[in-house]
Design a protein around this ligand. Structure first.
Ligand SMILES: NC(=O)c1ccc[n+]([C@@H]2O[C@H](COP(=O)([O-])OP(=O)(O)OC[C@H]3O[C@@H](n4cnc5c(N)ncnc54)[C@H](O)[C@@H]3O)[C@@H](O)[C@H]2O)c1
Ligand SMILES: O=C(O)[C@H](O)CO
Length: 323
């Protein structure tokens, strides 16, 4: 049985895979860059299982090559990099890592919100660059978080955890979701906006937390940014493909919205000449929502368990359901 691991992980962490009888583990030898596409195509051909991550494009063409593949285990909750229709057609089970990353990602989402609202990157750079002249009445003043209104789009696991943090800051919580989320209404008093426009018009902070999918691609564009308050901030820790970046650039440049905190981009990694990076009112991070040591360790362990279970005839801990 051949197992492909597309990113270098500590040997100790993937030990359970070596313990599968008659298994051969082929692991890419680098941690910081994805396995080149040509190597992935070559290695996946005769693989039975693959430990993948969100940078592996497991599209139809790639999966068609994978004649022996039985299990894909991705080290992420999102699985928009995997062609689920093709996986279903081929009977490939897909495992992912919900829950274990919820709190870390909610923390990072709230960190972005606080940072953009109070201009932390700009203020920190003044100190570091020896440009701090004096305390002053209005320099670097941002907008209040306490008591403001947050609008969460995608009230799922992470959305609810962000809502709990918002409640701790005495924020009014609005949400839009595919369907009502009674737990968040009962627990934090979140108010359902069936019409997304109501949420956009009333929120001081709009937080996007829906999965990446065909339905959510560019769900945020010119129209949505125009409906937001001019003093509102946009936070995206979901998927970059959910946002039309040109429209976002325009909205930020023209002052239609006040600022943005972004952890994800349409095409990652973005380069230094990306238009959004020209703007002072953008805080951009390199997709680090779940990046705490504790969470990434749990994600890796869960990914290994999902794969081992799938390859040894046991139920995956978290299996993505085909539509
Ligand atoms: N930045 C990061 O590092 C990072 C980390 C973890 C997760 N994520 C992203 O966050 C997403 C959410 O994770 P989760 O665990 O909260 O998922 P989840 O499935 O629990 O929540 C997603 C919510 O979005 C809703 N939804 C889906 N499509 C919608 C639509 N078109 N309109 C309105 N609501 C819609 C669903 O009903 C659900 O309640 C992941 O899919 C992933 O893309 C990013
Ligand atoms: O979907 C996910 O899990 C994130 O993007 C990475 O943790």
């Amino acid at each position: 049985m051949k197992i492909l691991v597309t990113r270098k992980l500590p040997k100790e962490m993937i030990k359970p895979l070596y313990e599968i009888p008659d298994s051969t583990v082929v692991m890419f030898d680098q941690e910081e860059i994805p396995m080149p596409k040509k190597d992935l195509l070559k290695e996946i051909r005769n693989a039975d299982g693959i430990l993948a991550n969100l940078t592996d494009d497991l599209n139809r063409e790639v999966l068609k090559e994978a004649k022996q593949l039985k299990v894909i285990s991705t080290m992420a909750v999102g699985y928009d990099n995997i062609d689920m229709e093709e996986a279903e057609k081929r009977g490939i089970k897909v495992g992912h890592t919900p829950y274990v990353l919820t709190e870390a990602t909610a923390d990072l989402t709230f960190a972005l919100l606080l940072s953009v609202s109070r201009n932390l990157p700009q203020a920190a750079s003044i100190v570091k660059n020896n440009q701090w002249k004096s305390w002053s009445p209005f320099s670097y003043t941002g907008h209040q978080v306490h008591g403001a209104t947050i609008g969460i789009i995608g009230m799922g696991r992470i959305g609810l955890s962000v809502a709990r943090r918002a409640k701790g800051f005495s924020m009014k919580v609005l949400y839009h979701n595919r369907s009502r989320h009674i737990e968040s209404e009962n627990e934090v008093g979140a108010i359902y906006c069936e019409d997304i426009d109501t949420l956009l018009a009333q929120s001081d902070y709009v937080v996007l937390l829906v999965p990446g999918s065909k339905q959510t691609t560019h769900m945020f564009g010119e129209e949505q940014f125009k409906k937001m308050k001019n003093k509102a901030y946009f936070i995206n820790t979901s998927r970059g493909t959910n946002v039309d970046e040109q429209a976002l650039f325009h909205a930020l440049k023209e002052g239609e919205i006040k600022g943005a905190g972004l952890d994800v981009f349409e095409s990652e990694p973005i380069q230094g000449d990306h238009p959004l990076l020209e703007l002072d009112n953008v805080l951009a991070l390199p997709h680090i929502g779940s990046a705490s040591i504790e969470t990434r360790t749990e994600m890796a362990e869960l990914t290994v368990t999902n794969l081992k279970n799938g390859l040894t005839g046991k139920p995956l801990v978290y299996e993505v359901q085909y539509n």
